[in-house]
Design a protein around this ligand. Sequence first.
Ligand SMILES: Cc1cc2nc3c(=O)[nH]c(=O)nc-3n(C[C@H](O)[C@H](O)[C@H](O)COP(=O)(O)OP(=O)(O)OC[C@H]3O[C@@H](n4cnc5c(N)ncnc54)[C@H](O)[C@@H]3O)c2cc1C
Length: 371
Amino acid sequence: MQNSDITIIGGGVMGLLTAREFLHAGASVTLLEKNKCGHESSWAGGGILLPLYPWRQAPAISDLVIESLKTYPTLAAQLQADTGIDPEWTQSGLLITHNSPEETILAHQWGEKHHIRIQKPEDDCFSGLNVDPQAPILLPDIAQIRNPRLLEALKHDVLAKGLHLIEHCEITHFTLEQQKLHDIHTNHGRFPLHQVVLTAGAWTRSIFQQYLIGVVDAPDIFPAKGQMLVFDAPANTLNNIVLHGDHYLIPRRDGKILAGSTVEYHVFHKEVTVEAHEEIYNFATNLLPSLKDAPMIKHWAGLRPATEDGVPYIGFHPEITNLSINAGHFRNGLTMAPASAQLLADIVLNRPTVIDPQAYQFFKHLPKNAL
Ligand SMILES: Cc1cc2nc3c(=O)[nH]c(=O)nc-3n(C[C@H](O)[C@H](O)[C@H](O)COP(=O)(O)OP(=O)(O)OC[C@H]3O[C@@H](n4cnc5c(N)ncnc54)[C@H](O)[C@@H]3O)c2cc1C
């Protein structure tokens, strides 16, 4: 019966990075994962380290994004040095092909505020692309991460740092007394609880619905399924990440090109569809015609943990005193993960926070008429 300071439920990017923060602070940490770590949304994502049009997002998203972007190069280098797995943090630059005059103004204002360079792209940015750009912009410093490798490296790293990891762990029930979670019962036995952190992504609300039903308020996190394709193209087929309307192409270092994605709200299964295949395949091969000659090697789906405005829950649950949540990062969880994990750990350990935690608190997400 493991008796850890911190018990984390859910082993995606949020759970693994949160565990890493607590381990660095000297806490003992158990992570319970219902399947295998890093095989859900965090694996399925594209790994662009920026929201698609960040100036359209809530300022609370930009705060986490900007803080995380500062961390990523060092995090990736440390993980590579310590685990031998390269998460391929790569400054590919982000090309946005079409912008209205209003969008262009907003983009430049946002870039100036957050010290993110925004430029007029050179002609070679469009090499191979079949596009008639309108007021295109290039964000040359924007990077991507190869998320499956990031997750693999994170898992190795936290295990080496002493994480007690239990995969294939099914919760059966909690014991809750006087607004405090005392024990969690699972198919691997009972664990006494001190601090509990929920990082169960799109399943976070289901944990409340299944095990804490009628007891307390559940966070309003719901699934938004996303489907993607990957093509096996020769290296250097594409220079930059390209955002064209609502769709994008992401060139990996080895030539693979990811194309995405759909956003299917409230769909709670991961079956891929013919319609999505057609939509993404047509988009990709129209924008980059040479992809017609590249084998399309995989089509997959993942479940993003969506909230109404994309702002995640980071902080304590208002009714259960030893329960906190780090979930609901919707389309930008890979981007926001380092700063989110740090913020959650700072809150739980009562340390000063780099970012003001107010915007991520539970009550901030309640409908206005519920307040
Ligand atoms: C198609 C697609 C493209 C995306 N592209 C990007 C992008 O380019 N950039 C970006 O920043 N973000 C992107 N995202 C979003 C990003 O992937 C997510 O926001 C992020 O991965 C969420 O991480 P998470 O750890 O909260 O959730 P997850 O990775 O889903 O992890 C949750 C974990 O909790 C576990 N779990 C669930 N229930 C239980 C339980 N009862 N007990 C124990 N464990 C449980 C699950 O098995 C899972 O391992 C994309 C997502 C998709 C689907």
